[in-house]
Write a protein that binds this ligand. Structure first.
Ligand SMILES: Cc1cc2nc3c(=O)[nH]c(=O)nc-3n(C[C@H](O)[C@H](O)[C@H](O)COP(=O)(O)OP(=O)(O)OC[C@H]3O[C@@H](n4cnc5c(N)ncnc54)[C@H](O)[C@@H]3O)c2cc1C
Length: 490
């Protein structure tokens, strides 16, 4: 598709003009529109779909917020900005953005309060289970690897996943309903079934400035003018196989791209066509959702050499990401006792690769080098009996010798287990949301947020649930405010 910008000199007619144009009505776009309107701007928001929501409405809408939110305090956790910042910087690795991470850690409590001011309710209770998500209306849960090595040694763990006050996995639709209502209450002009095609640029007055959008409506290309700024909130590129193959082929080893069908990277491509810099494009969230049941954590993950490669008490995304780089096949070995209610509560869907009344019987059913698994299990069982995982540091709570009868689940990507993924790369932006050029200068008039930009979450092996919706809503607000101020917001 051709994302080249349209020079303003070629616009023959404006279909409309306003202060701020927001492209994309998911989590980031809704928050950008609300903040731009609250900053005094007239705002229009476009979405290609026939309703607001995007991937945010498909999500659980867990929000990763720390630094001492009202819910953390009410449930007795004394989280600090420094612990939140430290954990996020360490888990997002060398490519973590200190300025964005600092703002996010410092702003977590306020962001939660802002969402509450829009009617988003959070119950001041904890969901004290090792789980993918809270299926009750309880709020606070651990959604990262805070309690696991190496992070637990360095940063005081605290739960930072905030679940909306709603029963079942229904956070996303509820969050987007409330954000949409807040957008409409502010008199923002909403244009659905409106596909944003290209940016409109003006270089007649000096440096190139983004001044509008070309939007397809009822089959016609229409031009809209933005007097202050354009905010791109068009999601990531997980549904674009060509972009994935070009930028993030490793992610394609996972099996199920998750998101909405418009996650095609259009916002990233449009901004790139006016000189926007793309960063971290090879990274993504990848999950092996092996809990619930939490009891599987007592098991071990082994690679094609029959060796363990991860402390199994980590977040499911850390395990999922590391699997991509292991020699395959990959098996989850667990005792029948801890296999428990796997078949009714698991999201994993991994087929059984083998079973054994004894370890020897199980080994005979698996495609592993002779003796390798037996050596691994013997060493693990000795460590577990001593309550110290010498090599991989699984915490003592989850150490227990593997006792026959045993089951092996096939967790090799492509063998049937659920391996969802989405992208974490995008436009390089300032902490305020201005899109940066290849030389690191803000491109006048252009802002981006959510998965169109590269925000706080930057690595699959360090991802925590809630950091994408958390970052999308947080960065959307900043970009909306900056656009309303014509780029002068801090
Ligand atoms: C099943 C599932 C569960 C998840 N659970 C969580 C969770 O609990 N916590 C968490 O943090 N993350 C979660 N995620 C990830 C998270 O939902 C997304 O990464 C995040 O919501 C993206 O927000 P966004 O505003 O950037 O994009 P979106 O919410 O996808 O909004 C982008 C919008 O842009 C529109 N659009 C795209 N292209 C165009 C175009 N050319 N013209 C006009 N409109 C266009 C789309 O239709 C869409 O409405 C989950 C994802 C899925 C799929």
């Amino acid at each position: 598709m051709d994302f080249l910008p349209l020079p303003v000199t070629e616009v023959t007619q404006w279909a409309g003009q306003t202060d701020v144009l927001v492209a994309g009505f998911g989590g980031a776009g809704a928050c950008a529109a609300i903040e731009a309107a609250d900053s005094g701007a007239d705002v229009m928001i476009f979405d290609a779909a026939s309703g607001a929501g995007g991937s945010t409405a498909l999500s659980s809408a867990e929000l990763y917020l720390g630094g001492g939110t009202s819910i953390q305090q009410a449930t007795g956790y004394h989280d600090t900005v420094e612990a939140t910042y430290g954990y996020l910087m360490a888990s997002n690795g060398p490519q973590a953005d200190p300025e964005k991470t600092r703002a996010y850690a410092e702003g977590g409590a306020d962001h939660l309060a802002w969402l509450e001011s829009l009617g988003v309710a959070f119950k001041p209770t904890e969901y004290p289970h090792r789980a993918m998500m809270a299926l009750t209306d309880d709020c606070l849960l651990y959604t990262g690897s805070e309690k696991a090595w190496p992070y637990c040694d360095e940063f005081a763990p605290a739960p930072r996943g905030h679940n909306l006050k709603v029963e079942g996995d229904n956070g996303g639709p509820l969050l987007m309903r409330l954000l949409e209502a807040a957008v409409r209450q502010r008199g923002v002009t909403v244009a659905l079934e409106s596909r944003v095609l290209r940016l409109i640029v003006d270089d007649t007055q000096g440096p190139l400035r983004v001044v509008g959008l070309v939007v397809r409506q009822d089959g016609e290309a229409q031009c809209y003018r933005a007097n202050r700024g354009v905010v791109l909130c068009l999601g990531g590129f997980v549904m674009n196989a060509d972009m994935l193959a070009h930028y993030a082929p490793r992610l394609q080893k996972a099996t199920i791209p998750i998101g909405n069908p418009n996650d095609t990277g259009a916002g990233i491509a449009m901004a790139e066509a006016v000189g926007g810099r793309l960063i971290n494009m090879d990274e993504g969230f990848v999950s092996l959702p092996f809990y619930p049941p939490a009891s599987l954590t007592f098991g071990i993950l082994v690679n094609g050499e029959g060796k363990r490669f991860i402390n199994e008490d980590v977040y499911h995304g850390r395990a999922g990401t590391l699997i991509l780089d292991q020699p395959w096949p990959v098996y989850f070995i667990v005792s029948v006792e801890d296999y428990a209610d796997y078949e009714t509560v698991s999201y994993l869907g991994a087929p059984i690769a083998g079973t054994g009344e004894t370890l020897e019987e199980l080994c005979a059913e698996l495609d592993l080098p002779a003796g390798a698994l037996a050596r691994t299990v013997e060493a693990y069982n000795a460590d577990a009996a001593a309550a110290i995982d010498a090599d991989l540091h699984k915490q003592a709570d989850w150490l227990k010798p593997l006792k026959a009868p045993l089951v092996a689940l096939d967790c090799t990507p492509g063998h049937g287990a659920f391996f969802p993924y989405f992208t974490l790369g995008g436009l390089d932006t300032t902490v305020a949301g201005a899109v940066l050029s290849m030389s690191g200068e803000p491109i006048p008039g252009l802002f981006a947020a959510g998965r169109t930009a590269c925000g706080v979450p930057r690595r699959g092996d360090g991802y925590a649930s809630g950091s994408s919706v958390g970052d999308a809503t947080f960065s959307g607000r900043r970009a909306g405010r900056a656009a309303a101020m014509g780029g002068s917001a801090p």
